[in-house]
Design a binder for this molecule. Structure first.
Ligand SMILES: N[C@@H](CCC(=O)N[C@@H](CS)C(=O)NCC(=O)O)C(=O)O
Length: 202
Protein backbone atom coordinates (compact mmCIF):
# COMPACT_ATOMS: atom_id res chain seq x y z
CA UNK A 1 0.00 0.00 0.00
CA UNK A 2 1.49 3.36 -0.99
CA UNK A 3 1.48 6.42 1.24
CA UNK A 4 -1.38 8.85 0.48
CA UNK A 5 -0.24 12.22 -0.87
CA UNK A 6 -1.91 15.59 -0.51
CA UNK A 7 -0.60 18.05 -3.07
CA UNK A 8 -1.04 21.70 -2.22
CA UNK A 9 1.01 24.87 -1.99
CA UNK A 10 3.00 25.93 1.07
CA UNK A 11 -0.03 27.60 2.64
CA UNK A 12 -3.10 26.69 4.66
CA UNK A 13 -5.91 28.08 2.47
CA UNK A 14 -7.77 25.32 0.58
CA UNK A 15 -5.52 22.53 1.85
CA UNK A 16 -5.67 22.98 5.59
CA UNK A 17 -8.93 21.25 6.52
CA UNK A 18 -7.68 18.15 4.70
CA UNK A 19 -4.37 18.38 6.55
CA UNK A 20 -6.23 18.65 9.86
CA UNK A 21 -8.35 15.61 8.98
CA UNK A 22 -5.24 13.68 8.01
CA UNK A 23 -3.58 14.73 11.27
CA UNK A 24 -6.65 13.60 13.19
CA UNK A 25 -6.48 10.21 11.47
CA UNK A 26 -2.93 9.71 12.71
CA UNK A 27 -2.13 8.03 9.39
CA UNK A 28 1.15 8.62 7.63
CA UNK A 29 0.79 10.73 4.49
CA UNK A 30 2.94 12.95 2.31
CA UNK A 31 2.17 16.64 2.77
CA UNK A 32 3.51 17.73 -0.60
CA UNK A 33 3.89 21.50 -0.62
CA UNK A 34 4.39 22.49 -4.22
CA UNK A 35 6.24 25.63 -5.18
CA UNK A 36 4.15 28.39 -6.74
CA UNK A 37 3.45 28.76 -9.65
CA UNK A 38 2.32 25.21 -10.20
CA UNK A 39 4.71 23.20 -12.41
CA UNK A 40 3.26 21.94 -15.69
CA UNK A 41 3.97 18.29 -14.85
CA UNK A 42 1.96 18.50 -11.61
CA UNK A 43 -0.81 20.50 -13.25
CA UNK A 44 -1.12 17.82 -15.94
CA UNK A 45 -1.69 15.09 -13.33
CA UNK A 46 -4.62 16.80 -11.63
CA UNK A 47 -8.22 16.53 -12.86
CA UNK A 48 -8.76 20.30 -13.33
CA UNK A 49 -5.20 21.62 -13.41
CA UNK A 50 -5.37 22.96 -9.86
CA UNK A 51 -4.54 22.10 -6.25
CA UNK A 52 -5.41 20.69 -3.79
CA UNK A 53 -5.09 17.22 -5.26
CA UNK A 54 -5.18 14.00 -3.25
CA UNK A 55 -4.00 10.52 -4.21
CA UNK A 56 -4.17 7.18 -2.43
CA UNK A 57 -4.49 3.55 -3.54
CA UNK A 58 -8.22 3.92 -4.21
CA UNK A 59 -8.71 7.40 -5.60
CA UNK A 60 -7.19 10.47 -7.11
CA UNK A 61 -9.26 13.50 -6.38
CA UNK A 62 -9.43 17.26 -6.83
CA UNK A 63 -11.66 19.95 -5.28
CA UNK A 64 -10.94 20.78 -1.65
CA UNK A 65 -14.40 19.98 -0.30
CA UNK A 66 -14.55 16.62 -2.12
CA UNK A 67 -11.17 15.68 -0.63
CA UNK A 68 -12.33 16.77 2.82
CA UNK A 69 -15.50 14.71 2.47
CA UNK A 70 -13.55 11.63 1.39
CA UNK A 71 -11.15 11.92 4.35
CA UNK A 72 -13.86 12.80 6.87
CA UNK A 73 -16.05 9.89 5.80
CA UNK A 74 -13.23 7.43 6.50
CA UNK A 75 -13.03 8.84 10.02
CA UNK A 76 -16.81 8.69 10.57
CA UNK A 77 -16.75 12.48 10.73
CA UNK A 78 -18.96 13.11 7.69
CA UNK A 79 -22.32 12.18 9.25
CA UNK A 80 -24.23 8.98 9.64
CA UNK A 81 -27.31 9.99 7.63
CA UNK A 82 -28.11 12.19 4.65
CA UNK A 83 -29.46 14.81 7.05
CA UNK A 84 -26.31 14.84 9.18
CA UNK A 85 -24.06 14.98 6.13
CA UNK A 86 -26.07 17.88 4.68
CA UNK A 87 -25.88 19.73 8.01
CA UNK A 88 -22.13 19.14 8.14
CA UNK A 89 -21.73 20.39 4.57
CA UNK A 90 -23.56 23.58 5.51
CA UNK A 91 -20.67 24.36 7.87
CA UNK A 92 -17.93 23.02 5.62
CA UNK A 93 -18.99 25.32 2.82
CA UNK A 94 -19.47 28.41 4.99
CA UNK A 95 -15.78 29.40 5.33
CA UNK A 96 -15.54 29.99 1.57
CA UNK A 97 -18.16 32.74 1.93
CA UNK A 98 -15.78 34.63 4.20
CA UNK A 99 -12.50 33.77 2.49
CA UNK A 100 -13.72 35.16 -0.84
CA UNK A 101 -14.38 38.78 0.29
CA UNK A 102 -11.40 38.70 2.65
CA UNK A 103 -8.90 37.69 -0.03
CA UNK A 104 -10.38 40.09 -2.55
CA UNK A 105 -9.76 42.92 -0.09
CA UNK A 106 -6.44 41.61 1.29
CA UNK A 107 -4.78 40.77 -2.00
CA UNK A 108 -6.14 43.93 -3.60
CA UNK A 109 -4.69 45.95 -0.71
CA UNK A 110 -8.11 47.55 -0.31
CA UNK A 111 -8.15 49.10 3.18
CA UNK A 112 -11.78 50.22 2.97
CA UNK A 113 -12.95 46.75 1.92
CA UNK A 114 -10.87 45.16 4.71
CA UNK A 115 -12.54 47.49 7.20
CA UNK A 116 -16.00 46.54 5.94
CA UNK A 117 -15.03 42.90 6.16
CA UNK A 118 -13.87 43.22 9.79
CA UNK A 119 -16.62 45.49 11.01
CA UNK A 120 -19.63 44.13 9.11
CA UNK A 121 -19.25 41.04 6.91
CA UNK A 122 -17.43 38.75 9.35
CA UNK A 123 -19.25 39.79 12.57
CA UNK A 124 -22.61 39.22 10.87
CA UNK A 125 -21.61 35.64 10.03
CA UNK A 126 -20.04 34.98 13.43
CA UNK A 127 -23.15 36.21 15.25
CA UNK A 128 -25.26 33.65 13.38
CA UNK A 129 -22.64 30.93 13.75
CA UNK A 130 -22.33 31.46 17.49
CA UNK A 131 -26.11 31.33 17.90
CA UNK A 132 -26.21 28.03 16.00
CA UNK A 133 -23.39 26.60 18.10
CA UNK A 134 -25.15 27.65 21.33
CA UNK A 135 -28.40 26.09 20.08
CA UNK A 136 -26.49 22.87 19.32
CA UNK A 137 -25.18 22.75 22.92
CA UNK A 138 -22.00 24.84 22.57
CA UNK A 139 -19.57 21.95 22.05
CA UNK A 140 -20.18 20.59 18.56
CA UNK A 141 -22.03 21.98 15.58
CA UNK A 142 -23.89 18.84 14.50
CA UNK A 143 -25.58 16.27 16.71
CA UNK A 144 -23.40 16.64 19.81
CA UNK A 145 -20.44 14.80 18.35
CA UNK A 146 -17.20 15.72 16.67
CA UNK A 147 -17.55 16.07 12.90
CA UNK A 148 -15.89 17.54 9.85
CA UNK A 149 -18.10 20.62 10.49
CA UNK A 150 -16.24 21.28 13.76
CA UNK A 151 -12.85 20.90 12.10
CA UNK A 152 -13.83 23.13 9.23
CA UNK A 153 -15.17 25.89 11.48
CA UNK A 154 -12.17 25.48 13.80
CA UNK A 155 -9.96 26.17 10.79
CA UNK A 156 -11.99 29.26 9.87
CA UNK A 157 -11.60 30.61 13.42
CA UNK A 158 -7.95 29.66 13.37
CA UNK A 159 -7.52 31.60 10.13
CA UNK A 160 -8.74 34.72 11.96
CA UNK A 161 -6.17 34.01 14.68
CA UNK A 162 -3.33 33.65 12.16
CA UNK A 163 -3.95 36.53 9.78
CA UNK A 164 -2.12 39.84 10.22
CA UNK A 165 -3.88 43.14 10.82
CA UNK A 166 -5.43 42.05 14.14
CA UNK A 167 -8.11 40.08 12.34
CA UNK A 168 -8.45 38.07 15.55
CA UNK A 169 -10.07 41.13 17.18
CA UNK A 170 -13.18 40.41 15.13
CA UNK A 171 -13.67 37.30 17.29
CA UNK A 172 -13.34 38.97 20.69
CA UNK A 173 -17.11 39.45 21.28
CA UNK A 174 -17.80 35.80 20.44
CA UNK A 175 -16.84 33.95 23.62
CA UNK A 176 -18.53 30.69 22.70
CA UNK A 177 -16.70 30.59 19.36
CA UNK A 178 -13.41 31.40 21.07
CA UNK A 179 -13.94 28.58 23.58
CA UNK A 180 -14.87 26.24 20.72
CA UNK A 181 -11.67 27.19 18.84
CA UNK A 182 -9.62 26.43 21.94
CA UNK A 183 -11.36 23.13 22.63
CA UNK A 184 -11.17 21.71 19.09
CA UNK A 185 -7.59 22.95 18.75
CA UNK A 186 -6.65 21.01 21.86
CA UNK A 187 -7.70 17.63 20.48
CA UNK A 188 -4.30 15.92 20.90
CA UNK A 189 -3.67 14.93 17.25
CA UNK A 190 -4.66 18.42 16.05
CA UNK A 191 -2.65 20.23 18.74
CA UNK A 192 0.40 18.16 17.90
CA UNK A 193 0.12 18.95 14.17
CA UNK A 194 -0.54 22.66 14.75
CA UNK A 195 2.52 22.89 16.99
CA UNK A 196 4.84 21.76 14.19
CA UNK A 197 3.10 23.00 11.05
CA UNK A 198 5.04 25.45 8.92
CA UNK A 199 4.19 29.12 9.45
CA UNK A 200 2.79 30.50 6.22
CA UNK A 201 1.20 33.79 5.16
CA UNK A 202 -2.21 32.19 4.66
N1 LIG B 1 -12.68 24.93 -6.26
C1 LIG B 1 -11.31 24.48 -6.18
C2 LIG B 1 -10.42 25.68 -6.43
C3 LIG B 1 -8.97 25.25 -6.59
C4 LIG B 1 -8.06 26.44 -6.73
O1 LIG B 1 -8.47 27.59 -7.01
N2 LIG B 1 -6.78 26.18 -6.53
C5 LIG B 1 -5.77 27.22 -6.62
C6 LIG B 1 -5.02 27.35 -5.29
S1 LIG B 1 -6.06 27.73 -3.96
C7 LIG B 1 -4.71 26.83 -7.65
O2 LIG B 1 -4.44 25.66 -7.88
N3 LIG B 1 -4.07 27.84 -8.24
C8 LIG B 1 -2.96 27.66 -9.13
C9 LIG B 1 -3.33 27.65 -10.56
O3 LIG B 1 -4.54 27.68 -10.88
O4 LIG B 1 -2.41 27.64 -11.35
C10 LIG B 1 -11.07 23.83 -4.81
O5 LIG B 1 -11.76 24.17 -3.84
O6 LIG B 1 -10.21 22.96 -4.71
Amino acid sequence: MSTPTLYYFDGRARGEVSRLLLAYSGKKYTDLRNPFPLQDEVRAKTPFGQLPYYVDDKIDLAQSVAIEYYLADQLQLAGSSTIETAQILQYSLLPGDLYAPYFQAYLGNDEAALKTFSSETAPKVFKKLEALLVKAGGEHLVNNKLSWADISIFNLLDFFHQQPGNLVDVLQPFHVLLAFHKKIGSIPQLAEYIKVRPTTIF
